[in-house]
Write a protein that binds this ligand. Structure first.
Ligand code: SAH
Ligand code: SF4
Ligand code: F3S
Length: 447
């Protein structure tokens, strides 16, 4: 074991992954080195997700394995952060006594001070409700690649009745456009070619700032002017916050990809009401219909929950029937999981566990059919692809990239093409990816 090495295990969404990049940047600044081998570290960090019981349990099972490492090496420090830490606070110590440090989603910048405290204290726990910005200058240590995450809005004000995020991430807070653009320029200068703007409800960007000009559409317009950036994406969109202006901006800006991740959650207006989702089935269909009319090649993905409390068989059927109407490119699905602090968790009309699983299986089968259909529509088409990486297969270089609609494409080519745009003709499809051949390469600055 080296003197100061750390390993981070990251569960959960892209926001958590982006947080891990911040943590890594802070630790490297302190002279730590990142390793991919837990056995070689002096500090292990578990960045947790509490969206479902399964994700929370996963964190504790990692901690169980790490407990054994600590037995062999008593000097090892174990830290827990992320959404489970934010919700459970010092109670984590009772459940997992091997943990030395707990820090919340708002306390990342405090990390140097917390680690210092660990030199004289057995256990340290720091959880704040609002961000503790001790060091504004902390530079994320971004994962290598072509694509970089850029958080633009944190937290969530929607309080859907099933969801922990407002409790684990706090109230909605938009960053100032100037700070975002500065960071995007930095990202471009580091060699990244795509930025993915992150937010739990990214399209409500700016709603919490008293200036109507600060919104996602205007931010996209500014980011579109950064030369080295070839592509811009944003996730996750809340159906109630997608404006016509945003739709037209995505349609018209050269670098902004025609791709929307818009979780619907349920196809039943009644269930949506109880979920506290402020739209109806019809409004969602109208919104996605409009997006598809404006951008026929748009990529559309969604999230659905099966077996929400009180969901009848018929209402579940309404979710399935949405999949007959919209050919989504992908859908994340989950059986409803009761979560502490959320209202729905204590409702009396819970759908039994086995029934939730049964509905999830039916939903997954339907999603697979729809995704297959969405892949097949690309057959024979030529699409713009940003080349993101490669692998060697039997001596041949196989490049991997994404279409503007976010479909993964594999095709033979040259390693030098990574980070550039190319037109690829789709020859074959599978459920996971498209298989293609190069038609034409683009210049670096095409937009
Ligand atoms: N901000 C996004 C969703 C973030 S959480 C939005 O508003 O749509 C990611 C997904 O996890 C959700 O879309 C939902 O489908 C799922 N999810 C959240 N809480 C859940 C729960 N208690 N049980 C099952 N799935 C849940
Ligand atoms: Fe959760 Fe709803 Fe906020 Fe999405 S909008 S993060 S589902 S509370
Ligand atoms: Fe999970 Fe927290 Fe993200 S609960 S989904 S890691 S915001």
């Amino acid at each position: 074991m080296s003197e100061k090495t750390f390993y981070i295990e990251t569960l959960g969404c892209q926001m958590n992954k982006s947080d891990s990049e911040k943590i890594s940047g802070i630790l490297e600044n302190m002279g730590y080195q990142e390793t991919s081998i837990p056995e070689e570290s002096s500090l292990l960090i578990m960045n947790t997700c509490s969206i479902r019981a399964m994700s929370e349990n996963k964190a504790y099972s990692y901690l169980g394995v790490w407990k054994k490492l600590k037995k062999k090496n008593p000097g090892l420090k174990i830290a827990m952060c992320g959404c489970v830490a934010q919700q459970t606070k010092e109670k984590v110590f009772a459940k997992a006594p091997q943990v030395d440090l707990i820090f919340g989603t708002q306390n990342i910048c405090e990390l140097p001070f917390l680690l210092e405290r660990l030199n004289s204290e057995d256990r340290v726990c720091s959880i704040s409700k609002t961000p503790v910005d001790v060091d504004e200058s902390c530079n994320p240590n971004r994962r290598e690649g072509i694509s970089a995450w850029l958080p633009v809005i944190e937290g969530c004000d929607y309080f859907c009745t099933y969801c922990v995020v407002p409790y684990t991430r706090g109230r909605q807070r938009s960053r100032m456009p100037g700070d975002i653009i500065k960071e995007a320029r930095q990202i471009a200068s580091e060699g990244f070619r795509e930025v993915i703007l992150l937010g739990q409800t990214v399209d409500s960007y700016g709603n919490d700032i008293d200036n109507p000009d600060i919104n996602l559409a205007n931010l996209l317009k500014e980011l579109n002017n950064i030369d080295e950036i070839l592509r811009i994406r944003f996730v996750t969109s809340h159906p109630a916050d997608i404006t016509d202006e945003l739709i037209y901006t995505v349609r018209d800006l050269g670098k902004v990809c025609e791709y929307f991740h818009i979780p619907m959650q349920s196809g039943s207006t009644e269930v949506l009401k109880r979920m506290r989702r402020p739209y109806t089935r019809e409004e969602y269909l109208e919104l996605t219909g409009k997006i598809q009319r404006e951008m026929p090649d748009v990529g559309l993905t969604s999230d659905f929950i099966a077996g929400f409390p009180g969901e009848s068989e018929e209402q579940f059927g309404e979710t399935l029937s949405v999949l007959d109407k919209i050919t989504f490119d992908h859908c994340n699905t989950a059986a409803y999981s009761p979560r502490k602090q959320t209202p729905a968790a204590v409702w009396k009309d819970q759908v039994p566990y086995d029934e939730r699983k049964r509905r999830l299986n039916i939903l997954n089968k339907k999603v697979r059919e729809v995704v297959k259909k969405s892949q097949e529509k690309y057959l024979g088409r030529t699409l713009e692809v940003l080349v993101e990486g490669f692998k060697e297969e039997d001596g041949e270089i196989i490049l991997t990239g994404r279409t503007r609609s976010n479909k993964i494409v594999h095709f033979p080519g040259d390693k030098d093409m990574v980070g550039t745009l190319a037109d690829i003709r789709v020859k074959d499809t599978s459920i996971w990816s498209l298989i293609g051949e190069i038609r034409q390469l683009h210049n670096l600055n095409k937009s």
